[in-house]
Design a protein around this ligand. Structure first.
Ligand SMILES: Nc1ncnc2c1ncn2[C@@H]1O[C@H](COP(=O)(O)OP(=O)(O)OP(=O)(O)O)[C@@H](O)[C@H]1O
Ligand SMILES: [Mg+2]
Length: 339
């Protein structure tokens, strides 16, 4: 369990004092995947750097697995830190070392003997799916593969916590999904607690159980991912939730839907905020009598009106009715694309 109690971090620079983290109190449970979301400068990185004590808090208490971190000697702290792995947006690999030697590094630092090290590295390479690439250099790897090396390295000393700072932000949507699948597997199989920082709400939606939204150093909202998505309260949260579709792997979703519904038409409706509260889809169904199914949807009720998208399936049949259906939607300010 990671307990943050009234954590404050102030950077005193020449011209001003920056309050990077303001009175943050939160408890992260063992084995959960906990998301931290916020815009640039919100204090997310500072907060996770406090968790592994790369940064010391100005005030407040950090308790990890029942131990008050401020009470540890340097030696105890070093040991504790080995049990907290971390991965980064830009991987932070050593370019002059092979995959194998990058993963081996933290074991060398921990003073593990050569034989044990090599055995462990082989296990880790298998775990992250890099078999056959052990002698490659980072420059010879794709972004996703580099992050796999980063993950293996972070897991080398058997940590019980893994901190991920924008670990998928430099990756394309497909690769992001594969890395998130790997993180889920690690969480599942090894029971490692994951604290995941991101500005991509869809990342949170995909793998986190709970999420904290940070703004100006404060946690402005905290709750289960489901609740936060269904009923975002704070303005910053609402903005994140609205943007969710923009980062979704639309190509993949559409391909999957096409495979599931090979017959008939699939349409993507975009609600752009101008729509009234009128039940538009119901209206179109009533008008045409078409038996339409909703396949996927992400609709948010914002101050600007209804925003989001919906995928509909219209069964094979009456072309003029289908056209009438589309016209009705378009008349009501809904963007319609046939997938
Ligand atoms: N070492 C430092 N010295 C001075 N100010 C700092 C330092 N580290 C961070 N800050 C400031 O603290 C605030 C929070 O920074 P932090 O890096 O934690 O934000 P973040 O949420 O991780 O942003 P991003 O999404 O861009 O990574 C920012 O205003 C930043 O300029
Ligand atoms: Mg950051």
């Amino acid at each position: 369990m990671i307990e943050l109690k009234n954590i404050v971090k102030t950077f005193n620079t020449k011209n001003l004092n920056i309050h990077a983290v303001n009175d943050v109190s939160v408890t992260i449970e063992d084995g959960e995947i906990f998301g931290i979301v916020g815009y640039s400068g919100a204090g997310k990185s500072t907060l996770v750097r406090i968790i592994n004590q790369l940064e010391k808090q100005t005030s407040g208490t950090l308790i990890i697995n029942g131990e008050d971190i401020s009470k540890l000697s340097n030696n105890q702290l070093r040991k504790k830190r080995q049990k907290i792995g971390m991965i980064f947006q830009h991987f932070n690999l050593l370019w002059s070392r092979t995959v194998f030697r990058n993963i081996e590094l933290p074991l060398e630092i921990a003073g593990v003997d050569k034989e044990t090290r090599e055995k462990r590295v082989v296990e880790l390479i298998k775990l992250v799916g890099l078999d056959g690439r052990e002698d490659s250099y980072p420059s010879e790897l794709s972004g996703g593969q580099k992050q796999r090396v980063g993950i293996a390295r972070a897991l080398a000393n058997d940590p019980n916590i893994l901190l991920c700072d924008e670990a998928t932000s430099a990756l394309d949507p497909e690769t992001t999904e594969s890395i998130l699948d790997l993180l889920s597997k690690i969480n599942d199989e090894l029971g490692i607690t994951i604290v995941l920082i991101t500005h991509q709400m869809e990342v949170v939606q995909r793998i986190c159980q709970r999420v904290a939204i940070m703004s100006d150093g404060y946690i402005v909202e905290l709750g289960s991912v489901k609740d936060v998505f269904a009923r975002p309260k704070h303005e910053v949260t609402k903005r994140f939730v609205q943007n969710i579709d923009s980062g979704k792997n639309i190509d993949r979703l559409q391909k999957d839907l096409k495979a599931l519904y090979p017959n008939g038409e699939i349409m993507r409706l975009t609600f752009m905020g101008g729509n009234s509260d009128k039940p538009i889809i119901a209206g179109a169904i009533k008008k045409t009598g078409l038996l339409v199914s909703i396949l996927d949807s992400n609709i948010n009720h914002t101050k600007l009106g209804v925003m989001g998208f919906t995928y509909l399936h219209i069964p094979n049949g009456d072309e003029s009715k289908t056209n009438e259906f589309i016209s009705y939607l378009v008349e009501n300010d809904v963007k319609v694309e046939v997938v």
